[in-house]
Design a binder for this molecule. Structure first.
Ligand code: PLP
Length: 407
């Protein structure tokens, strides 16, 4: 009898654990201090929690929600596809119209030489696929990457990531990867006939928004062409209108051999892609066949959602307001506590005095209904990468809260 009471008592304790406690206990934790607000819904530019608080989303799921949360066209496409079919067969064996249509839409909006899309589950898998493609196509193994670059967290992607603090604990990583400073002549000088590929973010995100010098990126293209090294641009964070053009590389009139897509590609659903010419991609079909295999990459629901999202981005001309909104942020973000504001479109880093000040500021902002974040390699910067649908009034309000939190 006593044991029964004890069991009931323990059961009651477990029943009473709230979601936040269960989150700590059963959802794998890698963040020492998760934000931890419990989400009840998200719509447009706002996130809502279970305690009735509303947050203006200044980071859009880290550059995923470029068209806002739960765009009606995306939700409708998901529902429609869910009524037809979900997963049927590993990638690339069956003709699935959401994949085919989305690949065509993407190809129509990319340079002609980027017409073949391999859909993956994530950005990191796109990086893996691209590195494999470059090695396979060139028969070379060396890879050149940038310091402070971020291309994902799987082992290959981690090998090309440009920060020793995050790499070191996971060694040994891929051999033959060489890191140089972004925008440096040393990087260009290092490219030679052993180089399989050079991988860069077209605009560096986690470094705290660093843009390429126009001459440098053009020289990079020329040197890769001269030596037969493939040039990979990672557009996972800066693509899909974030910088005011559909693709970041359009600002520099330079076309890569392979482009990486992710984040906003899925319209809020998980989807990545590596894209090249059809001819180049063919090298993954022999010796070995099935040169890259994925079960869920290009899932029909994700492709349907992504395509609806991209169409909404284009039809609603969301990119067109980006430059004006960027200017408005710059005009408002003036404060003695701000050291610098770096941006490309609505990818903005607000540099403060220290990482500690950023953490305090973020916490105060959260309390005032503004949700933001920091950057992996620039923790002294506040991240601003809202849905492109953010209004001028919301920008004024966000900057007011941010500046108020600084003082
Ligand atoms: N590349 C860039 C530039 C990114 O910002 C990210 C994610 O933040 C990735 C790759 C990795 O994408 P995922 O997290 O979907 O693997």
């Amino acid at each position: 009898m006593a044991i029964c009471h004890l069991n009931c008592f323990i059961a009651v304790i477990f029943v009473r654990m709230n979601n936040r406690q269960l989150f700590q206990q059963h959802v794998a934790q890698t963040s020492p201090s998760p934000v931890g607000i419990e989400i009840v819904s998200a719509l447009g530019n706002y996130i809502y929690d279970t305690e009735g608080n509303k947050y203006l989303d200044l980071i859009g799921g880290i550059s995923v929600c470029n068209i806002g949360h739960r765009h009606p066209a995306v939700v409708a496409a998901i529902k429609k596809q869910a009524d037809e079919y979900l997963h049927v067969m590993v990638y690339g064996e069956l003709v699935q119209s959401p994949q085919v249509k989305y690949a065509k839409l993407l190809a129509d909006h990319l340079p002609k030489s980027l017409d073949c899309i391999y859909f993956t589950n994530s950005g990191a898998e796109a990086t893996e696929g691209a590195l494999k493609l470059a090695r396979r196509a060139t028969g070379r193994t060396d890879v050149i990457s940038c310091n402070k670059s971020y291309h994902g967290n799987t082992l290959g992607a981690l090998s090309v990531m440009g920060d020793e603090y995050w790499r070191n604990a996971f060694r040994p990583l891929l051999p033959g990867v060489w890191h140089y400073d972004y925008n440096s002549a040393a990087l260009i000088d290092a490219i030679n006939e052993q180089t399989a590929c050079v991988i860069i973010e077209t605009i560096q995100g986690e470094a705290g928004v660093v843009t390429p010098d126009e001459n440098w990126i053009k020289q990079l293209r020329s040197r890769c062409t001269e030596t037969g090294a493939l040039l990979i641009f990672d557009e996972i964070q800066c693509g899909f209108g974030r910088t005011g053009k559909l693709w970041g590389f359009e600002h520099y009139s330079v076309v890569p051999d392979i482009v990486l897509l992710g984040k906003a590609l899925g319209g809020g659903m998980p989807l990545g892609a590596f894209v090249s010419s059809h001819e180049l991609m063919q090298s993954l079909t022999n010796n070995p066949v099935l040169g890259h295999i994925t079960t869920f990459g290009g899932h029909p629901v994700c492709c349907a959602a992504g395509m609806a999202g991209m169409k909404a981005l284009l039809d609603e001309q969301l990119m067109h307001g980006v430059a004006e909104k960027e200017k408005l942020f710059h005009s408002l973000l003036k404060h003695p506590g701000i050291k610098a504001v770096r941006s490309k479109g609505l990818l903005i880093a607000v540099e403060l005095q220290s990482a500690e000040q950023v953490m305090e500021t973020l916490q105060i902002c959260l309390g005032k209904g503004l949700f933001s974040d920091w950057f992996l390699f620039a923790p002294n910067c506040v991240r601003i990468a809202p849905p492109l649908t953010i209004t001028n009034e919301e920008i004024v309000s966000a900057c007011g809260i941010l500046l108020g939190s600084l003082s």
